[in-house]
Design a protein around this ligand. Structure first.
Ligand code: ACO
Length: 292
């Protein structure tokens, strides 16, 4: 298993399932919804495990993802998202368009009133939003196709390492839909508005080299090196103090919404906490806050 190769505590990884019926995540059997969760010390791994369906995604999978995010153990600092088999994820399970056993079809979903439909899509989005939390760094390890919801899952992560055979495609508009799994904002921020419009409204596939050029992938490696490249990145990330990392990520996440002055103030505020934490106990008695 990938996470067995990713450094960590050396303890046996805990396997965690989050079936749609569960209220809490529980250790034990692998999830039946096509996604597996493992926690190994500071590293969690989310593995889409329907390779025979190219890791096509379902609402049950998104619920499981949301629940895993909600119950993520506090010690976790890194979340690696990966897919088994030749594709990272072929996106939405297309059988949902017509109706699949145990799943609501899109025609049933479309019949909901506005408030219920809004709540339902918000529920789907919860599976993706937690991956940006300041306390963690999320990494998508992308091989083969990342289409539609698959592309958006990769975009939901902070960082993307791509294999040379990776292909990213925002297919939703070609199906008459919009990308609604939180992918549009990171896409625009990464590639810029004109490129995002071009990619989405042609629904074309962007290969790994192009993705790296546009900033969609931090690194592109030969397919056989994907796990190793992710492991190296994880090791580098874990070498930084967890509180400094979280505070810095908070600053970086907030930067684009703030003015320069506001960002400078945010830097001061975060740094005060760091300075007090690191050095206050060493300061001469009465010197901290003496100016107040
Ligand atoms: N939903 C359901 N089943 C799928 C999906 C999907 N999104 N993608 C692939 N599968 C199934 C195939 O039907 C096939 O099943 P079968 O073995 O019973 O025939 C199996 O997975 C393997 O698929 P292949 O097409 O044979 O695999 P290949 O590696 O040649 O191609 C590719 C992979 C390019 C991903 C292709 O399967 C494909 O184009 N899939 C559809 C992609 C798509 O349109 N997704 C929706 C995006 S929009 C959104 O996410 C909202």
């Amino acid at each position: 298993m990938a996470d067995a190769q990713i450094g960590g505590s050396g303890e046996r990884p805990a396997e965690v399932s989050a079936s749609p019926a569960d209220e809490t995540i529980s250790a034990g059997a692998p999830a039946e919804v096509g996604v597996r969760f493992e926690v190994d010390g500071e590293i969690a791994t989310v593995t889409l495990c329907r390779p025979e369906r190219r890791n096509a995604q379902t609402p049950a999978m998104w619920s499981a993802l949301a629940r895993f995010g909600e119950h993520l153990p506090e010690q976790v600092r890194i979340v690696v998202v990966r897919g088994e088999g030749p594709s990272f994820s072929a996106g939405l399970d297309l059988s949902l368009l017509t109706g699949a056993p145990g799943q609501r079809s899109f025609s049933e979903i479309a019949a909901l009133d506005d408030a219920a439909l809004d709540r339902l899509i918000a529920e789907f989005q919860r599976g993706f939003l937690w991956l940006r939390r300041p306390e963690i760094v999320s990494i998508a390890a992308v091989q083969g196709h990342a289409i539609g919801a698959g592309f958006q899952l990769a975009l939901a992560c902070d960082l993307r390492i791509a294999a040379e055979d990776a292909k990213f495609c925002m297919k939703e508009p070609a199906l008459g839909l919009v990308p609604d799994l939180t992918g549009t904002k990171p896409l625009v921020e990464l590639v810029g508005l004109p490129r995002a419009i071009e990619m989405c409204l042609t629904a074309r596939a962007v290969d790994a080299a192009e993705a790296e050029r546009y900033g969609l992938a931090e690194r592109v490696v030969p397919a056989g090196d994907l796990d190793r490249a992710v492991n190296e990145l994880v090791t580098s990330l874990l070498a930084i103090d967890r509180h400094a990392a979280a505070a810095t990520k908070r600053l970086l996440l907030g930067a684009r919404h703030r003015t320069l002055e506001e960002q400078a103030a945010a830097e001061r505020s975060e740094q005060m906490v760091r300075l007090r934490t690191l050095f206050a106990s060493l300061a001469p008695q009465g010197s901290v806050g003496a100016g107040n």
